[in-house]
Ligand binder design. Structure first.
Ligand code: ADP
Length: 395
């Protein structure tokens, strides 16, 4: 059975086609600069990468070209062969605890939830509608970033604010990156060959979040009401004292929207290093002993270590810690700094293995004598979406 896995952003659309249940990737690609000038798309097939320019006025243009290319490249002979399209949807609120088959009611709910994710849900909806029009025979599935975290208890997801904020306005911790946390924790459970175990998943990318997972279910996670909470990120502040906001507004005369944008786009590693939000640029400056770059790394590592420590206790000990996403998968430097700080828990890094494990490699990076094994697990949110789509349409 052929299935598409789709991630639609406001100006981009990433896709991957799978043969399921074999999980074979048939073709993948990304449409960029949709609705902007100079739009183009790239396709990867049979180990080849092809870039083409195209007029992409909107997502429908992109989906139309995508379906034509699926036939051109003989991925399918007829679009009817695509039985399911799985869509990444950022916010499912507390309504969706799992992926769902999309119907009118789901569309309405996702639209209503746009209040909570104004940058993401509307873009996800545009993507879904474009596929509904272009491949109407296929079942459309919504896979929510928040769903995996819906197993958190009230004592973990409530904030200590007036109860009415939660009951009337939905103010609570939701958590994000769910497809990644689910994929990585499942993969670690496979490696350990154990269904009942405690795992800490560190998704360290440009955006980052950590989750505490017991027996495959999320117990706690660092992102909150929005993806701005938790650890220090590329350009997002992570946790701060909220009183800083009115204080800086008074001092600078900036509006709440301006402050919100600064905390999202000019803070985190970029704010502290004044170099870049990209860890590669910052690491390059660390080798030149740049003090701000070094300080940014310390702040980042501190925030990661403090959450690992918190979740270690919350879970009552752990069976494994996993690193994933851009930084987690590719930066031995960051992993070394984090794991060194966990020595008091008996966790011991294997330096050679740590150096080896990058650019898509999966494996252990701690010594055999380490009290807890640490793994690098390249995340695969697209595959998780394809698996959920396959599961729901064959149910
Ligand atoms: P997102 O999906 O949140 O945009 P990614 O998971 O793709 O983020 O991660 C992007 C981050 O990964 C960037 O900050 C980038 O610097 C970092 N990264 C990628 N490769 C490396 C590397 N070799 N060393 C250090 N950091 C890396």
């Amino acid at each position: 059975m052929k299935i598409l896995s789709v991630n639609a952003g406001s100006s981009s659309l990433k896709f991957q086609a799978y043969e399921m249940p074999e999980e074979k990737v048939l073709i993948s690609g990304v449409f960029e600069r949709i609705g902007i000038d100079n739009s183009f798309y790239t396709i990867k097939i049979n180990g080849e990468k092809i870039k083409k320019e195209a007029i992409l006025k909107n997502h429908e243009d992109a989906v139309k070209i995508l379906t034509e290319e699926l036939i051109n490249y003989k991925v399918v002979n007829d679009l009817k062969e695509i039985e399911g399209v799985g869509h990444r949807v950022v916010h499912g609120g507390d309504k969706y605890k799992d992926s769902v088959i999309i119907d009118e009611e789901v569309l309405k709910t996702v639209e209503e939830l746009s209040d909570l994710a104004p940058l993401h849900n509307p873009a996800n909806l545009i993507g879904i509608r474009a596929f509904m029009k272009e491949i109407p025979e296929a079942k459309q599935i919504g896979c929510f970033d928040t769903a995996f975290h819906q197993t958190m208890d009230e004592e973990r997801f409530l904030y200590a604010v007036p109860n009415e904020w939660y009951t009337k306005y939905g103010v609570r911790k939701y958590g994000f990156h769910g497809m990644s946390h689910k994929y990585v924790s499942n993969r670690v459970m496979e490696i350990l060959d154990e269904k009942f175990c405690n795992i800490i998943v560190c998704h360290l990318g440009n955006g980052g979040s950590i989750s505490a997972v017991r027996d495959g279910k999320c117990v706690d996670t660092t992102m909150g009401f929005t993806p701005n909470a938790g650890i220090v990120m590329g350009s997002r502040s992570g946790d701060i004292d909220y009183s800083i906001i009115p204080y800086i507004m008074k001092k600078t005369g900036k509006t709440i929207e301006e402050i919100d944008s600064i905390l999202n786009k000019q803070s985190g590693m970029l704010g502290i290093s004044e170099i870049s939000s990209d860890f590669r640029d910052i690491e390059a400056k660390i080798s030149e002993k740049d003090k701000k770059a070094i300080m940014a790394h310390y702040l980042f590592v501190n925030s990661v270590v403090s959450y690992i420590a918190k979740y270690y206790v919350e879970l009552g000990g752990v069976d494994a810690i996993a690193f994933t996403a851009g930084v987690g998968e590719n930066s031995p430097h960051v992993r070394n700094m984090v794991i060194k700080r966990l020595a008091c828990l008996g966790i011991k890094l294997d330096k050679e293995k740590n150096e080896e494990m990058r650019f898509g490699k999966e494996g252990v990076i701690t010594k055999d004598v380490s009290s807890v094994p640490c793994y690098v697990i390249p995340t695969n949110e697209e595959l998780m979406i394809a698996e959920d789509t396959y599961r729901l349409i064959t149910k």
